[in-house]
Design a protein around this ligand. Structure first.
Ligand code: CP
Length: 319
């Protein structure tokens, strides 16, 4: 019997505003569990979860693992290097072999857009997309929404600008879907070579100059230049990018209001963001990381059925 999010979490595009709000509201008591001396509740005791990471990850992989362990699930980590994927086994064969060992959920990060959906259509276990190519990174989008909501309150009418390499960013897509569903005004800012051609169809404002974005925004979500995904010369040089689009203290000092600073990580310090901004008073970058564990606990719990009494018991320390 699927829970309130359905069988899988593949992206924020298919979710309703109410489903997104449900995840954010459920994450609040789960964040409190991570503040306790004993950071563990038995909510998912007996469940087996496989973390299938075909691309590098620090935050997402470790955060899912913490979330699973804090809910008392049994977890197994599989990376392409060292598994039979490196011998040519297909994604579906790998997952079906794991299912034959009686698993309940698969968390997958993959370099190909659509890989999570492809898998979800072929296996019975719940599938959670931990980032697929340039498509979506829904749990990053959700943790960004939670962080914004914690600091700005209701996001209706709030102005959030996504700055940088939108073209290669699954985080940007999940943010755009999530923010617009929650009623925020969304803009993007970056060189045209790093914006998708169809950006105008996503209901966002486009700023060509960072100074215009600074005049407008309540918050910036600053994106990494994804140099590993760039096959051609999208920008003249990193120095030039920083000179024209870098989020620097000197630029932010001219803002008409304090701008909340988010970055999904990993950061290229001195390229898209300067260190005194990343570590400055308006940065909530590490808060995003903390919220990541809570949001992933909420997603795991809701996909497993999400019975309200379990969340209440977890809140009280029982469950
Ligand atoms: N934000 C994010 O996805 O970071 P990782 O690549 O380290 O998981």
């Amino acid at each position: 019997m699927p829970g309130p999010l359905g069988k899988d979490l593949l992206g924020l595009a298919p979710l309703s505003a109410d489903q997104i709000r449900l995840v954010l509201d459920t994450a609040v008591p789960f964040r409190e569990i991570s503040e306790r001396a004993i950071k563990k509740v038995p909510t998912l005791r007996g469940a087996t979860i496989v973390n299938l990471f075909f691309e590098a990850s620090t935050r997402t992989r470790i955060s899912f693992e913490f979330a699973e362990k804090r809910l008392s699930a049994d977890t197994v980590n599989v990376a392409s290097a060292g598994s039979s994927v490196s011998k040519g086994e297909t994604l579906v064969d790998t997952a079906r072999n794991l299912e034959a060992m009686k698993i309940d959920m698969v968390v997958i990060r993959h370099g190909a857009s659509g890989a999570a959906q492809f898998l979800a259509e072929r296996i019975e276990s719940n599938v959670i997309n931990a980032g697929d190519g340039t498509n979506e990174h829904p749990t990053q989008g959700l943790l960004d929404l939670l962080t914004l909501r914690n600091h700005l309150g209701d996001l209706t009418g709030r102005r959030i600008c996504i700055v940088g390499d939108v073209l290669h960013s699954r985080v940007a897509r999940s943010n755009i879907w999530g923010l617009t569903k929650l009623g925020a005004e969304v803009a993007v800012c970056g060189p045209r070579s790093l914006l998708p051609n169809a950006i105008g169809e996503m209901g966002v404002t486009v700023f060509d100059r960072i100074e215009e974005a600074i005049e407008w925004a309540d918050a910036f979500n600053v994106l990494r230049l994804q140099l590993e995904r760039m096959q051609a010369g999208y920008i003249p040089s990193l120095r030039e990018y920083n000179r024209v689009y870098g989020v620097t203290r000197a630029r932010l000092e001219k803002a008409p209001r304090d701008i909340l600073i988010l970055h999904p990580g990993p950061m290229n310090r001195g390229v898209e963001i300067d260190s005194d901004v990343a570590d400055g008073p308006h940065s909530v970058i590490l808060d995003q990381v903390t919220n990541g564990v809570a949001v992933r606990m909420a997603v795991l719990y809701l996909l497993a059925g999400g019975k309200p009494e379990l969340a209440d018991a977890a809140k009280k320390g029982g469950a």
